[in-house]
Write a protein that binds this ligand. Structure first.
Ligand code: SF4
Length: 336
């Protein structure tokens, strides 16, 4: 069922880390929107600021050295940045849950999986131990593990099953929003496909909205409705799955697609994006992607691009699409 009610709205979010080596500008003016029941893929290379954005939503940016400098994060119309720590604790794990990178180490090796799921339920809901255990059994079944294994320990489970347990814990209180940070990266491809299928099923059955953080566009294609591409702490392109996959606009997004094999294209070599992510303590002037961009013109070193809506809901930040500067470009060319 299509439901366009807004769940999460991030506006102009800036997060810095003040270190002895300088100020790390991790998140630089991020805008994101997620409606109820939707899955948004947040995509980019390591160091793009994806996880820091997610930690910002959870209000888990370590302070110091981290600091949310500016912007707003609204969840169900309420600013999360204005809540007290106590109010935020009631939202975390209850209305908004997060599966962290490397979930294999997020389970406690000396507690049964049943106790670990039940513990989350007891913390957030007014239930007896008996009821929490019963709900834990239901959650285990929901993620495809027989409830009979409730009293087993994490080491008795395979990698894929541990990941399912972590998802069961994250979903135990029926959160409206599940943030999954690279949830399948540590899994082999077969198990990855099973976990993705399970996440799709949960989305269909429970209507949970998801923010899926990944560097893998293949995963995005299987699970997401909307995509935001992140580079140097900014969203450089955002739109529907079709916008991003079939009408790619930003040179960085084009580069990401050039870096993955495609069974339909007969090419000898992939064309990876040249160079590295910029140093977040010393970001390039103008467009942050200019040192790596195959379409860059001299103006890209000076002028900071602003957001252009290239079609309804499809936005990008690149001077090639701005009215005032687009005549300086010959339009996107094929990469050599
Ligand atoms: Fe490339 Fe210039 Fe567009 Fe930046 S503004 S992505 S450097 S063409």
């Amino acid at each position: 069922m299509e439901n366009k009610e807004k769940l999460l709205k991030i506006e102009n979010l800036h997060i810095n880390f003040i270190t002895v080596d300088g100020t790390v500008k991790a998140v630089n003016g991020v805008d994101l929107e997620l409606n109820k029941g939707e899955t948004l893929g947040l995509v980019g290379e390591t160091g793009a600021g994806k996880t820091t954005t997610a930690l910002g939503i959870m209000r888990l940016v370590p302070n110091p050295p981290g600091k949310i400098l500016d912007g707003d994060i609204q969840f169900e119309g309420q600013s999360l940045l204005k809540l007290s720590e106590e109010e935020m604790r009631r939202i975390r794990g209850n209305k908004v849950s997060m599966i962290f990178q490397d979930p294999m180490t997020s389970l406690n090796p000396v507690e049964t999986v049943g106790d670990q799921i039940a513990e989350v339920i007891s913390i957030h809901q007014d239930v007896t131990n008996e009821e929490a255990k019963k709900k834990a059994a239901e959650m285990l079944e929901l993620v495809g593990i027989p409830a009979a294994r409730l009293n087993e320990y994490p080491h008795q489970f395979s990698g894929g099953m541990k990941q399912r347990v972590v998802i069961a814990i994250a979903l135990a209180c029926n959160p409206q929003l599940l943030i999954a940070d690279e949830p399948t990266t540590a899994l082999d491809v077969t198990i990855q496909a099973q976990v993705l299928e399970m996440m799709n099923k949960l989305k269909r059955d429970l209507g949970t909205s998801m923010l899926l953080i990944t560097h893998d566009l293949g995963v995005v294609a299987q699970v997401c409705d909307k995509v935001a591409i992140m580079y140097g702490g900014e969203i450089v392109e955002a739109g529907s799955l079709e916008d991003i996959f079939e009408n790619t606009k930003h040179p960085y997004t084009m580069g990401l697609f050039g870096s993955i094999p495609n069974m339909e294209d007969d090419v000898d070599r992939l064309s990876p994006i040249k160079g590295l992510m910029p140093d977040p303590t010393n970001l390039p002037s103008g467009c942050k992607f200019h040192p790596r961009c195959p379409y860059a013109k001299p103006i890209c070193q000076e002028k900071i691009p602003t957001k252009t809506e290239v079609s309804p809901g499809h936005k990008t930040i690149c001077l090639m699409y701005e009215e005032a500067t687009k005549s300086l470009f010959d339009g996107p060319k094929e990469e050599k």
